[in-house]
Design a protein around this ligand. Structure first.
Ligand SMILES: Nc1ncnc2c1ncn2[C@@H]1O[C@H](COP(=O)(O)OP(=O)(O)OP(=O)(O)O)[C@@H](O)[C@H]1O
Ligand code: SF4
Ligand SMILES: [Mg+2]
Length: 344
């Protein structure tokens, strides 16, 4: 069982031993289950009120699946998700039973693609107001006032309310999506690559907007990205995922200055290359083949790509263990390796 990290405050989000396995079916008439993709495998984490936990890892490591489980868009395979607000605890119930209203009021999502996240037939007022209506929070005049208020918070104006998505730029659409996520006053926002689909020239603007909104509205973020520069800019703490598991977690500056896992070191070395290629995927710049989730190697799953691998690494899977307060790593050799960080 993964160890939970030490914390002082009561976390707004607590995830214990979360698993999400997708069944893999055979082709043909009977579609038998022939295996499982372990997209998220025994992940534990906490998010404190007002903090940003950045989740990083290369394509296919399970970041989106983790975020979607936490936002209760997927039924989980095993484990526990708890959110807390004003002294109350909420755990997501079965999907689609209408019993998740309270949970959804606290946890909202911003998706990567602002183009497909908005209904083209709904104007801004309807799009942004829909969560208020669906959750029975406001209607009529009050709904209009709340939509007008949040629209201004995200840098648009009331003149935009009657317009349809096609008349907005990518950045403006993402602002509408952010307004839609925030209109019901959530406490925790899962932001899944919220700037990756946007033009590089407006990415910084959007990140600053998200930071300002966090301050103003007291939000906590689970912020998912494959870009170390973005994660570095946004996060208070960082969680590094590899093949569905957490391989390292810690406060941002400590983790950047002194990584404990060889994979984290590789991600840090990849940063300038990713910038040069203007958003190149991590899998292109981290040496070796990304893991096949259907056929993970024995021992440490990172060993085929690890320059430090020893016999024990090929035989025994390392547990995620606490090294110092708030820092965890799953590497047999964490104490021996002298890995290279960057200036935080
Ligand atoms: N609905 C699904 N059904 C089956 N397999 C899935 C499903 N969603 C994701 N997967 C698989 O789970 C694994 C993790 O996918 P996920 O989308 O969470 O990765 P990611 O880290 O978000 O990648 P990216 O950086 O490309 O967005 C992948 O192998 C993916 O193919
Ligand atoms: S356990 Fe071994 S193979 Fe895995 S990251 Fe550590 S040194 Fe590398
Ligand atoms: Mg993803």
């Amino acid at each position: 069982m993964a160890q939970q990290q030490t914390t002082t405050a009561t976390p707004i989000l607590e995830v214990n031993n979360l698993k999400k396995y997708f069944p893999l079916h055979s082709t043909g008439l009977f579609r038998r289950t022939i295996g499982h993709i372990k997209a998220v495998d025994d992940v534990s984490l906490v998010v404190q009120p007002g903090e940003t936990l950045g989740v990083i890892g290369e394509s296919g490591c399970g970041k989106t699946t983790l975020g979607r489980c936490i936002a209760h868009l997927y039924e989980i395979t095993d484990g526990e998700i708890i959110v807390r607000d004003e002294g109350q605890e909420y755990r997501p119930g079965k999907l689609g039973r209408g019993n998740n209203t309270e949970f959804r009021k606290i946890v909202q999502v911003i998706f990567q693609d602002p183009f497909s996240s908005l209904n083209p037939r709904m104007n801004v007022l309807r799009s942004v107001g829909e969560p208020l209506l669906v959750n029975g929070i406001a209607r009529g005049k009050e709904l209009e006032e709340r939509v007008a208020d949040i629209i201004q918070h995200v840098g648009l104006n009331v003149g935009h309310l009657q317009r349809f998505p096609h008349s907005f730029s990518g950045g403006q659409r993402q602002r509408i999506c952010i307004a839609r996520a925030l209109v019901i006053n959530p406490k925790l926002v899962v932001a899944d690559e919220p700037v990756s689909a946007l033009d590089v020239s407006i990415q910084a603007q959007m990140l600053n907007l998200l930071k300002d909104l966090q301050q103003e509205l007291g939000l906590s973020y689970l912020f998912v990205s494959h870009s170390m520069s973005v994660i570095r800019y946004m996060s208070d703490r960082i969680l590094v995922m590899y093949a569905g598991k957490v391989v390292e977690t810690g406060p941002r500056d400590d983790l950047l200055r002194e990584p404990l896992h060889p994979y984290t070191e590789m991600l840090l070395k990849a940063v300038p290359k990713v910038n040069r290629r203007q958003g190149g995927r991590l899998s292109e710049v981290v040496a070796g083949e990304p893991p096949n989730l259907l056929d993970l190697p024995k021992g440490c799953v990172f060993h085929p790509r690890c320059p430090f691998a020893k016999d024990i690494c090929r035989e025994e899977r390392p547990e995620l263990r606490t090294i110092t307060s708030g820092r965890q790593v799953s590497c047999h050799l964490a104490e021996e390796l002298d890995l290279q960080g960057v200036f935080a």
